[in-house]
Every structure is written in structure tokens, then in C-alpha cells.
Design a protein around this ligand. Structure first.
Ligand SMILES: Cc1cc2nc3c(=O)[nH]c(=O)nc-3n(C[C@H](O)[C@H](O)[C@H](O)COP(=O)(O)OP(=O)(O)OC[C@H]3O[C@@H](n4cnc5c(N)ncnc54)[C@H](O)[C@@H]3O)c2cc1C
Length: 508
């Protein structure tokens, strides 16, 4: 049976029954339009079907196996696994973690949630945040069980009120994805690449029963693949990530995010599966909240080396407006606050004026990325302030005075200029030799997506109830982070909601 033809026929019948002239007048298609009449020819049949092999998808698959599922399959449209999660910086926020306990740092899921609500400008979904924060330790344990290794210290990222962020020893999400993929293989979970999810298939009762998957698809080449209808006994999990690389979709939400604005994301962040969920009636949430990363560099492509370098070093560095030689922001404010402050720095003709971030070599060398930053010439080392100011054309005297003033805040523990929390800057004075990078924001994360509940069920706009059989987690969903996501909070979000989806599916 030709599903495409059937869907179009169904949709035509639906539109006629609604008495509307065309799809444009319809706010969103009703579930009733999506029901497949007659017999669907199933090419594959599984217990659990997951679309997307990032943190969300792999955590779901492993958790489903733990709960007794024996036939689990994960499809990914790319020739490799892991999507954004592989490119990721490996920074993982966990409240009440073993490392916090070892270091006497007091924290709680409620405290992490409060930090996130503040960054989300009050629009974050607190129930989801608290759910994730309360289960983050379980997600951390899943990665440790799989063999992930973390640096022996915690970092305090922008907007977090305490140090609570682990980082993989590779300073990369691949340090989590690789062990999870190996774990899946050991457990007999099927992992299939070049398999692109095209559309959902509903049964007559309006329950998602499966999906059309294009097998043998090749991204970026003219290879569409062969459509196969895949059935899933316990429903379908969409874990396909964000849409930062879909310029049409992101600029429709935020017209400033044109093709000219670079992104840290890999090309797989297309958002097509999200659009399919909207097509069947999922509720769009916060689609215009698209985050730019204030630690990115205009001197390299994508996330590069400077991002992780800056994330680590911002806490004990100064960011300087090269025109004035003065600081212009709290270097560890939340991402939106910092990106907005950076984007406001302009030359007279309106062109971008990237600020510089200055760190003492002595402190910068503590993070593994410094060597790469210097090696690939996306950061520079200077022995004196004179050399530094000549290189970046910064006024020397104001910068000297600024550094002296800031070092006073390091001593007193109080930043009187921008209120930066100085705990992680203790004893870390800005002094020669210096390491300097330039920063400029890049499109990084989509806060918007499909609405879900704390059971990872996708909510339908028909009746504001879960769409039966449809689950989602991770960056494809919206609402959790509100206006701005705090750094290192996507890994817990993705992993916990993946695990949650598995728990819900296994009860079905
Ligand atoms: C460079 C970078 C660094 C980051 N660093 C951090 C960090 O340190 N800490 C943190 O918490 N967050 C970080 N983030 C954010 C975080 O990595 C992402 O939000 C997270 O990885 C998203 O995971 P996911 O499981 O939702 O989707 P992804 O990891 O993006 O996986 C989705 C998968 O779905 C596949 N897919 C998409 N569409 C289809 C389709 N139609 N059919 C089949 N497959 C499909 C993709 O190929 C992809 O493999 C970073 C993001 C980037 C880009």
C-alpha cells in the first residue's frame, strides 16, 4: 500500500468534511486526519522504536532494555551516531552529585531548578525542570556504568549558583556517546544509520502505531532511500534534536537568524521530525527562543576549541570591549545576558566588534583545551600588556586600570562592576603572561519544540491530552528551558527524558 497516497487521501477527506477550502485556513491538522484507513503493510515490527541516536535516544534504549524490553531499535538518518550529542562539550550539570558531596558543596534539585527558572526569564516549565534535576544522578550513573570518565573537578558555569557541572575527560559529548553506543551493542539493541524518519502512522483509534522510515537514505546526496513501514508495539520516541541548522525554520521564528549567522550545530539539526509532530497536532512551544552561545569564536567554525576553553575560563577572566579597554558584562551571567551584551558591541558602521577575553596563562593551562586554542591560532599568548594591546588595538591605560580594579574584586570576593560570583576566581588574578581569545555568539540551541509532559508524552492540540503512542525528549521538545537554557543542562534534560520515555513506554 502507498502510505503517501493514503495520507493525502485522508487529509483531503478531512478537509472536505471540515468544509474548508484549503490547508492554509487550518490552524493545525487534527489527529482524525492522520488515521490510516485500511491495512498498512508493515515491513518491520519491534517492541520499542526510537528515532535519533543522541543522548535522548540512547538513554531511552538502554533504560528500556533494563526494564525488560527485548526488541529495541534506534534509527538515525546520518551515516554516524550521536547528532549534536557527539559534538557537545561533555558538560553535565548534576545537583546533589557525588563530587559535590566530596567537596562540601550544598546543592539540591530545587536549587538547580531555581537557577534555570531565573535564566528562562520565568517561562521555563518548572515541573519538567524539577523532574530532570531530581533524576540527573541516575543519568550520570548510566554514563558511568557505560564507561564515561569525567574530570575530577566541578565547574561553575554561567547562571549556576554553585559549581555543579561535570565534564568528560575528552571535553566532548563523544565521551558519553561512544560508551553508550558500545553499551547498546553489548545489550543487543539494534542501531541503524542512514534510516530517515519520514512520517507517523496512526491506527484507526488514533494511536501512533509506527512510522515510515526511508532506509538507505543518504544525507546531502540525492539518495532518498526505500520507504519501509516500521511498527512499534509500545509506541514511538522522537529524539531527533533541534533545528539550529534549518535556516528557513529558525529565521521564520527569529528573522535575525539568517544564513549569515553561523551555528555550532552539525548539519543533522534540521527539525524535520519536529515539523511532522506539529503536522499531526503536537503543540508548538517557545519556537522563537533560539539560543546563541556567548563563548563561541569568530576565528573558527562551529563550536571549535574556543567555546570549551571560554566556558571553563570565563569564571576567572575578564571580557573586554576592545574600543574602551573596559569590561562590559558579568562573564558568567546566563547565556542570553552575555550574548545580548556582546551583540551590542559594534563598530561605527554597525559591523560586529568582537570582545577579547583575557586569562592568566597560569590558570588557562589548567584546562586541556588551551593547548589546542594556541596550536590552531584561535587564541594568543602575550608576555606583556603592551604586546596584547598593540595586537588588538586596545587602549593601554584604561585596560591597565580595569585589570587593577578587577584584581581588587578577586581579592575582596565582590565584583562591584557586574556582580559576577567570584567563588571560582578566588586567588586567580589577571597577570602576565596572558592568553587571549575573541568571542562572538553563534546559534547554538533551540529552546522551542513540541510540548511534552513529565512522562515524555507529546501533548496534542486537539484536546490538550497526550497523543497516544507518541513520545519525545531532548532538544526536539520545548518549554523546559524557557527563554534561555543554562549551560550543561541539556545532557541531564536529554538523558532523563529519554529514560523517562522508556519508563512510560514500558508501562504501556
Ligand atoms: C557544539 C555543541 C556543544 C554543546 N555542549 C553542551 C554541553 O557541554 N552540555 C550540555 O548540556 N549541552 C550541550 N549542547 C547541547 C546538547 O548537546 C544538545 O542539546 C543535545 O545533544 C541534543 O540531544 P538530542 O538527543 O536531543 O539530539 P541529538 O544529539 O541532536 O540527536 C538527534 C539525532 O537525530 C537524528 N535525526 C534528526 N532527524 C532525523 C530523522 N528525520 N530521522 C532519523 N534521524 C534523525 C540526527 O541525525 C541526530 O543524530 C551542545 C550543543 C552543541 C551543538
Amino acid at each position: 500500500m502507498d502510505n503517501k497516497k493514503d495520507y493525502q487521501a485522508d487529509r483531503r477527506r478531512f478537509l472536505v468534511s471540515m468544509g474548508v477550502a484549503g490547508a492554509a485556513t487550518l490552524a493545525g491538522p487534527s489527529l482524525s486526519a492522520m488515521v490510516n484507513e485500511g491495512e498498512v503493510e508493515w515491513g518491520e515490527d519491534h517492541e520499542i522504536v526510537v528515532i535519533g541516536s543522541g543522548f535522548t535516544g540512547l538513554a531511552a534504549a538502554i533504560e528500556a532494555h533494563k526494564l525488560g524490553a527485548t526488541d529495541i531499535v534506534v534509527y538515525d538518518m546520518m551515516p554516524y551516531f550521536g547528532g549534536n550529542s557527539t559534538y557537545n562539550g561533555g558538560l553535565f550539570a548534576v545537583p546533589d552529585s557525588p563530587l559535590q558531596k566530596e567537596n562540601g558543596i550544598e546543592d539540591s534539585p530545587e536549587r538547580m531548578t531555581a537557577d534555570q527558572v531565573l535564566a528562562g526569564r520565568g517561562l521555563a516549565y518548572q515541573d519538567l525542570l524539577l523532574h530532570v534535576a531530581s533524576h540527573a544522578n541516575e543519568a550520570l550513573q548510566m554514563t558511568l556504568d557505560a564507561g564515561t570518565e569525567y574530570l575530577p573537578y566541578l565547574q561553575q558555569l554561567g547562571g549556576h549558583s554553585v559549581p555543579r557541572t561535570y565534564q568528560t575527560i575528552e571535553a566532548c559529548g563523544a565521551g558519553i556517546i561512544r560508551p553508550l553506543v558500545e553499551q547498546c551493542r553489548k545489550l543487543g539493541i539494534k542501531l541503524v544509520t542512514r534510516a530517515k524518519f519520514k512520517r507517523l502512522i496512526f491506527n484507526k483509534e488514533g494511536t501512533v502505531e509506527g512510522a515510515e522510515i526511508a532506509m538507505g537514505y543518504y544525507f546531502g546526496r540525492d539518495v532518498d532511500g526505500t520507504p519501509v513501514n516500521v511498527r512499534s508495539k509500545r509506541g514511538l520516541l522522537i529524539a531527533t534534536g533541534g533545528f539550529a541548522r534549518n535556516v528557513g525554520l529558525r529565521s521564520a521564528q527569529d528573522p535575525t537568524l539568517t544564513e549569515e549567522v553561523p551555528s555550532t550545530n552539525p548539519p543533522s539539526a534540521t527539525g524535520e521530525a519536529l515539523l511532522e509532530m506539529f503536522r499531526v497536532g503536537a503543540v508548538p512551544v517557545h519556537m522563537a527562543y533560539i539560543q546563541t552561545g556567548p563563548w563561541a569564536s569568530p576565528d573558527e567554525d562551529g563550536f571549535g576549541y574556543v567555546s570549551n576553553y571560554s566556558i571553563y575560563n570565563f569564571a576567572h577572566s575578564v571580557s573586554i570591549n576592545v574600543r574602551t579597554g573596559k569590561r562590559f558584562m558579568n562573564e558568567i551571567a546566563d547565556r542570553k545576558t552575555r550574548s545580548d551584551a556582546q551583540l551590542a558591541l559594534r563598530n561605527d558602521d554597525g559591523s560586529p566588534l568582537p570582545p577579547i577575553t583575557i586569562t592568566s596563562f597560569e590558570d588557562a593551562k589548567e584546562h586541556p583545551t588551551m593547548e589546542k586554542v594556541l596550536k590552531y591560532k584561535v587564541g594568543w599568548k602575550f608576555d606583556t600588556l603592551e604586546e596584547l594591546t598593540a595586537h588588538f588595538n586596545v587602549p593601554l591605560e584604561p585596560l591597565k586600570a580595569q585589570i587593577e580594579e578587577y584584581n581588587g574584586y578577586v581579592k575582596s570576593g565582590m565584583d562591584e562592576q557586574f556582580g559576577k560570583p567570584m567563588g571560582k576566581a578566588e586567588g586567580k588574578y589577571i597577570r602576565a603572561p596572558f592568553v587571549v581569545v575573541r568571542n562572538w555568539p553563534k546559534v547554538h540551541y533551540c529552546q522551542g519544540g513540541a510540548q511534552i509532559d513529565v512522562h515524555a508524552r507529546v501533548i496534542g492540540s486537539d484536546n490538550w491530552q497526550p497523543i497516544p503512542g507518541l513520545y519525545a525528549g531532548g532538544e526536539v521538545t520545548g518549554g523546559m528551558h524557557g527563554v534561555s537554557r543554562l549551560g550543561s543542562c541539556s545532557i541531564p534534560d536529554c538523558m532523563v527524558m529519554g529514560m523517562t520515555a522508556a519508563r512510560t513506554m514500558m508501562k504501556s
